[in-house]
Design a protein. Structure first.
Lengths: 257, 257
């Protein structure tokens, strides 16, 4: 981050239509930008809600097509959840870390520690079916694909961050969190940089893409706002091929799960 | 958050001088705003780095004045820290949660779970002394005092958030985190609000002030930038007397420490 990055602007794009499987997200984003007279510039970051990425990728599951295993049925009682939803949670997860009424915290196959394996039943476009929306299979790859199409069509070297709202161990409330990143760092390593007094910094690693995700989440809204795309302009970053996986603490370094 | 809050602007204020004990932070902030031609409006949020609040409040300790207890000496060996620093960490903390070479995670007297009890040795204005900077004694009260003086002098109904960079349990990198809040919510409870399809939201609590803190942290910088004050404009919020304490998960609800 350099001195000319002292002003940051976030534009949440309204009027993004309901997204369905197979939709072209890049096209949807470019149209939404165009509608408000914005054009992508080099260094811009496009923040996208996980929900529309998952929907475009067909990650919506009809619970009637799911058969709960005996283990899912047992844990569903402990957590007070639909056994078919529990089956999906277990299939998406490496480990169950904590379970109690209303809550199950897992280590997702992607390495993320989160509630319900990130499976969502709100803001899911359902008719009379009971639907569940899973995380994208590989959100870093989803971000990379979206970045490439946005670059090709706009000519601008933009970064992409895919955002979900995740809980924290010791703090209340969810935070917008980066689950997919392309074209910018996930984590920034400051080790070796001097502070104002020339002393080596003790805080050596920044959760960069998570801070971008949290900022975008502020204007994205959670409830009935429907602004799943945010243009983030003015953040200085090194244009390297970072990932959201960089932000996941390796299991052997995890002191708390 | 309402529909007119779709654009968020953050201005990091440069040229803030080194802060010393007894300095008038409100005056420093208003001068820095004036220098770049900005005036406070109702609904603006002033984000302030914890370091300058602590310095103004005289929380800088000369380690030569500290005597390490036997327990501090013992834990200092385990964590590979200065025994006098360890004495301060223990005095600031309710519990030691995890300890290993180079790292000690505690539950601070304020309830925050963090490394080194939030005590900082970087960006501390020291001569030949070895100094440590403690968190403010009561950051919510510090935020409230600053808000009142800013309101009185500017006439604008502004909120204040005091920010520190905290680590997370399962993720790498620190995040700008709200340790003091005044004039806005810490946590926002969305329970009962409908989503786009009229379904009740499952994600019911937002870490609002932490998202503001993370956004401000992006432009504040960590290393040698020296921009400890950020004006956050365009976030919609309910102007209630919230606190950062709302963001601390009560010990009996904590599944992970």
């Amino acid at each position: 981050m350099t001195d000319d990055n002292a002003t940051l602007i976030l534009h949440a794009l309204s009027g993004v239509p309901m997204v369905r499987q197979g939709d072209d997200l890049a096209e949807i984003i470019l149209l939404a930008l165009d509608r408000v007279g914005l054009r992508l510039d080099d260094g811009d970051i496009i923040a996208v809600a996980q929900k529309i990425v998952s929907k475009a990728e067909g990650r919506l599951i009809d619970l009637d097509t799911v058969t709960a295993s005996p283990r899912a049925q047992e844990l569903a009682v402990d957590a007070d959840k639909d056994p078919r939803l529990m089956e999906l949670i277990l299939a998406e997860s490496q480990d169950v870390l904590r379970i109690r009424k209303g809550a199950i915290i897992v280590r997702h196959n992607l390495g993320l520690v989160l509630a319900n394996a990130g499976i969502d039943q709100s803001n899911v476009d359902h008719s009379d079916k009971t639907l569940a929306l899973l995380l994208p299979l590989d959100p870093d790859a989803s971000a990379q694909r979206l970045r490439e199409v946005l670059r090709a069509r706009s000519g601008a070297d933009v970064a992409v961050v895919i955002i979900d709202s995740l809980g924290r161990a010791w703090r209340t409330g969810t935070m917008g969190t980066a689950i997919g990143v392309a074209g910018m760092p996930g984590m920034i390593d400051l080790r070796g940089l001097p502070d104002l007094h020339g002393r080596k910094l003790e805080t050596s690693e920044l959760g960069f893409a998570d801070e971008v995700a949290a900022a975008a989440s502020l204007v994205m809204g959670q409830a009935d706002e429907g602004r799943p795309v945010v243009l983030v302009r003015g953040v200085g970053y090194n244009r390297r091929e970072g990932t959201a996986a960089e932000l996941i603490r390796p299991k052997h370094m995890d002191l708390f799960s």
